[in-house]
Structures are given as C-alpha cells and as structure tokens.
Design a protein around this ligand. Structure first.
Ligand code: M6R
Length: 630
C-alpha cells in the first residue's frame, strides 16, 4: 500500500537503461547476461558486459539486443570472472553503437562503470579532464564520469568509494551507477540519484540491478538505495551506505521481496504481453481484494480515508498521466463525474507542466502511472505540489518515484508488467479509480445504497467476465489474420467506451506499427468518415448499455460507405451482428464497468496482428517500458 508522504529530489532527463552487477563466488557471466534479458524492457538499443577474474578484465559490448551481445560474447569472452557488470541501453543522446555502449573503462584501464542516467554538466567536466591529459573514445557522459572518478582517485589519493563520492558531488544530473576497480577485486561501489538501484544480498555474494528481477532466484533480501546514497559493497564486509553530499552513514534497510520468479517469467506464454492479458482476472481481483468489502458494504482504502476531507472539499480533480495511463484517467473522468459528481479534468502530464495551469490548494491532483517513473508525470506532480494541491498517486511499482513523491495514494496490484504495451496496468488502474469514485460517492451521498451495492457486486464479477471475454481469443486471431495487412484502422466508442477506443488504437499502433485512430463514434461524421472505404477496418464498441442505438446508427453510416466493421458487442446481440462484418461478444456488465471488459478483445486483436506480422510484441521499436525522459 502506498501511503507515503516522502519528498524526493529531482529526477530530470534520465536515460532509460537497465544495469546489472554481481560480486561473489559464482561465475558472473550467466547471472549478468540473464539479468540483462530481464531488464531489456528498460531499453534495447545496445548492450554490454564487463567481467573481471582478479587478473583479466574483459569488456564486450555491441549495438543491438542482449541476444546480439550473447552471440558476440560467445566469441569474445574468455574470462570467467566472479565480478561482472552489464548494461542495456535506450539511447537519448548519440546514436546507439558499439563505442557508446556501456560499460566504459577509464583511461588507465583500471576503473569500469555502468550508468543509467545523464550527467548534464559532462561537457565542462570533459573539457577540464582533456586539459589534464584525458582522452575519450565515446560521445557519452558516462566515460567522462569514470575518468572524473579516476582523476579524483589520483589527485586525492583516496580509495574507490571516496573517489566516487567526491566525483558525484561535482556532477549535475541523474544516475544509478556501479563501478569497480581492478586493484580492488572484492569491491563494487554503487550510487543513485533519480534512477532506481536495488542490491540483492546473498551468502557472501551481492547482486546489483535496476529492479530486483535479475536476482530473484538467488535471494529475496534486498536494499533499495534512496536518492543521494552511495553503497560500498565489499565481499566479507558489511555493506556501508553513505549520503553522497554530507558523508553521513545510513542504516541499511534490508527488505524481503514479495515478488516471485513466476511473476516475471512467461510461464508458457509466447510473449509477456499475452501472459499479462491473461493475468487480468487475477490482477483485478488482487487490486480490489481487501478494499471492496461487500458483506460490510464498504470500500476501504487507507490513502482515501486518511485524506477524505481533501477529496470532499476539492473544487475539482485534475488527473495527470501519459499514454495508456492517460486513457485510464479518461475513463475515471466519466466514473468520478457520474458517480461522485466531482468535476474532473484529465491532462497529458507533458502539456500540463508546460502550460502554466491554474492550480489551487483546493484541487486534488491524481497522478496515474504504471511504472511510477514517467518523467512528465513526475514533473506534473512537482508542479501541482508547488502550487499547494494535494497529490494522490495511482502506481503499480511499489516504492517508485511517483509513489514516493505523491502525498498519498493507492497501488494497483497488477504485479510486474514487462510487455512494453500496457494491458493489465490499464484495467487495474480503472479498478482502483472505480473504487475511489465509489468510496467518494458514498461519502458524498451521490450514490444510493442499492446502486452502491450493485456496483460492488458487479465489480466482484468482473474477473469472471474478463475470463469469459478471453475465450474469444481464437476468433480474434482469425479476424486479425484478415486485417493484418491493413494500413489504417479506426476505433470508435461512445461515453465510457470512447477512452477504450483510444486505448485500442494505441495498442495497435505501438506493437504492429499500423496507423490507427480512436474517435468518439459521433465525431466520425465531423471528419474521419472521409477516410472510410472498403479497405478501412473499423472497430466499433457497441455494447448494449453504452448509447447503443446511437452507435448502431454510426455503424449504419459506416456500412453505407463500405467500411469493414468489427463490432464489440454484448453477448446475444443480433442487431449489430446483422450489420457488421465480424462481431466479438463480451459479457454484459454495468456501463461504468464496461471498459474493464471491452478493452480485452482490443488487446487481443492488436496482439494477434503484431504476431502475424512478425513484430517484436514485447519490445516494439523505438519504445521503452518506462519513459524517464521528457
Ligand atoms: O508507466 P506509465 O504508466 O507512467 O507509462 C505511461 C506511458 O508511457 C505508457 O502507458 C505507454 O503509453 C505504454 N507503452 C502504452 O502501452
């Protein structure tokens, strides 16, 4: 549960990369390479590894994916080190190529670094280092940092940990780094500011990673470094953690991880995305469990209860988010206004932060983010807080930056989402937002007790109905085969299902690279109708409870223009079936909960089209799971 009120330092312009490290008695190579595969969702432009056995240092890096690195390593890696670090990169500055890939080695050849982040003042530091005789092979800020550390070591005559600390006090920017020194083969130094870093603690062995997934099979004990902390990890010694700025010692807080390996593996599914689509019944149940107490007819959410006055006295709710989370925010706008009668504005976080918005202390800002690391959403939160608004976070990743920066919040309990295309995060975000809206509606008296009970009962039935919707998988794969070569696709929906249309279009775009647009069905005649001909597939959400008759009229309009209609309809529907080229049935539910069901066939449709086209479903081109850059 997120009920944190901690304020953290800034996390500007970060690279979105994954870092992994190992020091102990085992061979580092398989641990680091497998770890990189698990972190590849963070970026996959290039990858690299450095291994050290106490005598030989081997660095192998390449443009491309971790599988390319693995192939190259087969030829190049000759060292079986017990110390190793690896990196998978999503480039923002400089093209992805072998030279710019991490790890980077200092001029003397002694120090090796991996880095997730950006050193903003690297150019001035670089100039200074050049005057001292340093030279650089890459265009990266990281190579500057490792040489700065080396320079400090030489100038000050200090050990690695101290040198890293002094150097970091000279840099402006964000980082999660791991560094080792050939002269100290029993030690790795790590530090973070603005980019996540976890240390796994085994028996006389340590793991380092951007998240815990690379070391889950070895240990469940981990320390998550806080911003501005540096840890010296020494075999046979206790981990020492210090504040980078003032050198004060920090008590290591070792926590037991609650995630298991199964949650981060494909478990027999061909792709993470498919696994995550199928996990939705459980994810939704996990999200309302313990919060929706039907027998007592109450909804209990600590973050809401503790701040009830703020919600009830709010002039309005402003929702800030990006991408799929923004679509969940749009669904929430309907739910909050409909049930709790609170005015809602939904903002792209990236626009909100730059348009001098009017925010007052009477506003409640809800920030929605799966990763909890999206830079624009984080910046929007900071802006809202600076104007005195109360910020409530809805995040999936426990302890993430947005979770910590928010005044209060509620976690979705979707479990790790690895596929870049968001699926179960969307439905669990809607679940949390529905619970909040229902709780507020009850407190405000804008919902009758019988409607409240009906909603609770129906929400509890949603997981079963999602299971039912998933059974159309085969039919959807057949429809996907018919339309896989389309160049464009339209998605239409009304009311609660308008945001679902947007989400369906986004899913198709991002994993199949087919151009798609979502529209409110009635807007079609104000422009998009010009696009319709016999080559245009149009997915229309036409369930019984959502302005059904109006949507049927829209379907007639499409049919008269020979568009190909794929209708998402309520079980037993005959009217749309008679008009559409294909129908996909979904179980009936309340209109306000229908997005939780109607989104399922759209996720499956884009999945199957992408698979049939041979696209990389889990790692679509140009994207990364957490967008930690502006
Ligand atoms: O982690 P967040 O929910 O903040 O991420 C927001 C978007 O980047 C994300 O939803 C993105 O649009 C997904 N790739 C959509 O599938």
């Amino acid at each position: 549960m997120l009920v944190l009120f901690i304020l953290h330092t800034n996390t500007k312009n970060k690279f979105m990369c994954g870092i992994v490290g190992y020091i102990g008695q085992r061979e580092a190579y398989p641990i680091v390479i497998e770890g990189l595969k698990r972190l590849e969702y963070r970026g996959y432009d290039s990858a690299g590894i450095a291994l050290y056995d106490g005598t030989n240092l081997k660095v192998c890096k390449t443009k491309g994916k971790v599988s390319d690195l693995e192939k190259r390593s087969e030829e190049e890696i000759t060292t079986i080190g017990n110390i190793g670090i690896g990196h998978t990169r999503w480039a923002t500055h400089g093209v992805p190529n072998d030279v710019n890939s991490h790890p980077h080695v200092s001029n003397s050849g002694n120090l090796v670094i991996i880095h997730n982040g950006i050193i903003e003042n690297y150019e001035s530091l670089k100039k200074e280092l050049i005057t001292r005789g340093y030279s650089f092979k890459s265009e990266t800020d990281t190579e500057v940092l490792i040489n700065l550390i080396e320079d400090v070591q030489k100038q000050e005559g200090v050990k690695l940990g101290k040198a890293v600390q002094i150097a970091l006090n000279q840099v402006i920017g964000a980082y999660a780094i791991a560094v080792f020194d050939k002269n100290r083969p029993d030690e790795v130094v790590v530090a973070r500011l603005g980019s996540p870093l976890a240390i796994g603690i085994g028996e006389n062995e340590f793991f380092i990673a951007s998240d815990a997934s690379p070391f889950l099979e070895y240990t469940k004990n981990a320390i998550y470094l806080e911003d501005e902390e540096l840890a010296i990890i020494h075999l046979n010694k206790e981990i020492k953690i210090r504040k980078i700025q003032d050198d004060s010692l920090v008590d290591p807080y070792i926590q037991e991880l609650q995630i298991n390996l199964e949650q981060i593996e494909k478990n027999g599914f061909d792709h993470f995305m498919l696994k995550e689509i199928h996990e939705q019944p459980k994810a939704i149940t996990d999200t309302y469990r313990g919060r929706l107490l039907r027998n007592e007819a109450i909804i209990k959410m600590a973050g809401v209860e503790d701040n009830m006055k703020k919600f009830l006295n709010a002039n309005r709710i402003i929702i800030v988010a990006c991408g799929t989370s923004w679509h969940a925010g749009l669904v929430a706008e309907y739910i909050f206004e409909d049930l709790a009668r609170i005015p809602v504005e939904v903002e792209y976080a990236s626009e909100f932060r730059y348009r001098n918005p009017i925010i007052t202390e009477k506003d409640v800002v809800i920030a929605i983010s799966q990763s909890g690391e999206t830079a624009d959403t984080l910046a929007a939160i900071k802006l809202a807080k600076s104007k005195g608004a109360f910020v409530f976070g809805v995040c999936n990743v426990v302890g993430s930056s947005i979770a910590r920066e928010s005044d209060a919040g509620a976690y979705t309990h979707a479990g790790p989402e690895i596929g870049v295309a968001s699926t179960k995060a969307f439905t669990t975000q809607i679940t949390v937002l529905t619970l909040i809206a229902l709780r507020l509606a009850r407190a405000k008296g804008t919902i009758s007790s019988s409607d409240f009970r009906t909603h609770m009962l129906e929400l509890e039935l949603i997981p079963k109905k999602v299971e039912q919707a998933l059974k159309s998988d085969k039919l959807i794969a057949e429809i996907a085969d018919i339309y896989k070569n389309s160049r464009n696709c339209l998605y239409l929906g009304r009311g609660y299902n308008f945001p679902v249309a947007l989400e369906g279009a986004l899913k198709l775009k991002e994993i199949s690279y087919i151009h798609a647009e979502g529209y409110p069905a009635a807007e079609m005649k104000h422009g998009p109708i010009a696009l319709i001909d016999e080559n245009m597939p149009i997915v229309v959400i036409a369930t019984k409870k959502g302005h059904y008759e109006k949507v049927v009229s829209n379907i007639q309009e499409i049919k008269s223009r020979k568009g190909k209609i794929i209708g998402i309809v309520t079980e037993g529907d005959e009217q749309v079936r008679a008009l559409a080229d294909h129908v996909i049935e979904v179980p009936e539910t309340l209109e306000s909960l229908s997005p939780l069901i109607t989104t399922i066939p759209l996720q499956l449709l884009s999945y199957h089209i992408a698979v049939l086209l041979g696209k990389n479903v889990d790692q679509p081109r140009n994207l990364a799971k957490s967008v930690t850059v502006e």
